[in-house]
Design a protein around this ligand. Structure first.
Ligand code: FE2
Length: 408
């Protein structure tokens, strides 16, 4: 069916079960500045069921802040005025309500990742949501396949996990009509230089594909982060995560002592103008946070660095910081025993803790990969000098025993 030409900016798209007809109608709509980039068919079906209207443009791009000063303040007041209470902190430590309702709960590796089978996220009670938060805080990431999940429900779950606040990701493409906060993981929907045509030849999956933690330059970076992939390639496009608890526990007591309490310098991925000097070259937002972060629910210490965005250490000269950070990044990125690699199937949700992990995508795929993400705002990162590492708290002998025998 040929596209239907129309000049109507407010063209209505009637509900239809015929995906081809819907696509033709959407393709025919020409809006002033907001073109419609059609999402994959599977996504369209999900949106149609959820009543998401794409006729005003897709994706939706929120207004961007111009100045580095504006970005520095983003969402600070909201959380300052409503300190975070992590839902995991009020959960039953045994998670009986969540586990009893599941068909199966499988730990995927020793140190990171759990899959829950037989539960729909949309049906969880508040008690089960609290227990899920605790499970994510402990296991770093929890997966649910075959989810029937609307973007609206995903946002509602994110608001619950974020104690009323989710990230709005001003640089990211978004689902329209849901009031912001549901962002897209979708290359075709990007407007920046990373849209399409990327090379597979980037060594170590660097740049935008490198290991990172989301939005570490913010005052209150995201905690629980929920990615629902509605369309994925059959082969490739896996996501990898690594455990910050275990990365920290791979350090000697002396090294832990050296970095405990230090503040790192964290840089934003995007650059902005300076309102005090609008003609100056755009610059990133810089913020300090602890290199070792205490988790408010588990009480465990996590290494909180990532190669993409941790660029210095307060009080250290740059070569010294580079030396320390490079070692810490290597521990995190090269220790395969503390990592997880996940192959997506359509309709899978992953909820991970952005406070205790790094993640990266494997850019080895062709075809379409489209997901919606909701990032729940957490607390300001802090280091509690009385907190313990996971291995210390659990008195795990295999971690606490030195692997090295002096031979010099
Ligand atoms: Fe990310």
């Amino acid at each position: 069916m040929a596209p239907i030409a129309t000049d109507a900016v407010t063209a209505e798209v009637p509900a239809t079960n015929d995906i081809a007809e819907l696509k033709a109608k959407l393709q025919g709509i020409k809006l002033n500045d907001a073109d419609i980039v059609l999402p994959p068919d599977n996504t369209l079906r999900r949106y149609q069921k959820a009543g998401i209207d794409l006729s005003q443009g897709y994706p939706y791009f929120p207004p961007k802040p111009d100045f580095v000063q504006d970005v520095f303040k983003v969402r600070v007041d909201a959380r300052d005025n409503k300190p975070y209470v992590d839902p995991g902190s009020r959960a039953d430590p045994e998670k009986k309500a969540l586990f009893a309702a599941a068909q199966k709960v499988n730990n995927l590796t020793t140190h990171i990742g759990t899959e829950i089978i037989g539960l729909q996220l949309k049906d969880l009670t508040d008690q089960q949501r609290d227990e899920l938060a605790l499970l994510v805080a402990e296991r770093h990431i929890v997966f649910f396949r075959d989810q029937d999940l609307s973007p609206q429900k995903q946002k509602e779950i994110g608001l619950y996990l974020g104690d009323g606040l989710v990230e709005t990701h001003v640089q990211a493409a978004q689902v329209p009509g849901v009031g912001g906060g549901v962002t897209l993981i979708w290359e075709d929907g990007r407007r920046d230089a990373f849209r399409k045509g990327r090379s597979w030849r980037v060594p170590y999956g660097g740049g935008q594909f490198g290991w990172h933690t989301d939005l570490v330059h913010e005052a209150y970076p995201p905690g629980y982060t929920h990615l629902h992939q509605d369309t994925v390639p059959e082969v490739g496009g896996d996501t990898l995560w690594a455990s910050g608890y275990a990365a920290y526990d791979k350090l000697s007591p002396a090294f832990k002592k050296l970095i405990d309490g230090l503040n790192g310098i964290y840089r934003s991925a995007h650059k902005y103008k300076n309102s005090d000097d609008p003609d100056a070259i755009p610059e990133p937002v810089l913020r300090t946070h602890p290199l070792v972060r205490t988790h408010p629910v588990t009480g465990w210490k996590s290494l909180w660095v990532n190669r993409a965005m941790t660029v210095g250490i307060e009080g250290f000269d740059q070569p010294e910081a580079d030396l320390l950070l490079d070692y810490l990044h290597n521990i995190y990125e090269r220790s395969t025993d503390i990592q997880l690699r996940w192959h997506w199937t359509p309709g899978t949700s992953a909820i991970w803790d952005n406070r205790s992990t790094i993640h990266t995508v494997s850019y080895d795929y062709d075809g379409e990969r489209h997901g919606t993400r909701v990032s729940s705002l957490a607390e300001k990162p802090y280091f509690d000098p009385t907190s313990k590492s996971k291995a210390e708290a659990l008195k795990h002998p295999k971690w606490l025993q030195s692997p090295y025998v002096a031979s010099y």
